[in-house]
Write a protein that binds this ligand. Structure first.
Ligand SMILES: [Zn+2]
Length: 66
């Protein structure tokens, strides 16, 4: 339980919902995009989910945009 100077699970970003530079909780979520079983293993995309600590708005950004 080392205390880290900067918490990697929290970032300060601009929130589109409340319009301020706010602290966000960050997590990564695997979301399945396709219902087709044959493609299931290729369709699970990691999303970076940020939750604004001010207004609670969630924003999901797909991580592999390439
Ligand atoms: Zn906000």
């Amino acid at each position: 339980m080392a205390t880290q100077p900067s918490d990697p699970d929290h970032v300060t970003e601009r929130c589109g919902a409340c319009g301020g530079e706010t602290t966000h909780d960050v997590r990564v979520e695997i979301r399945t995009e396709s219902q087709k079983e044959e493609n299931a293993e290729f369709s699970r995309e990691p999303y970076r989910i940020t939750t604004c600590n001010e207004c609670g708005a969630e924003n999901a950004t797909r991580m592999n945009n390439a």
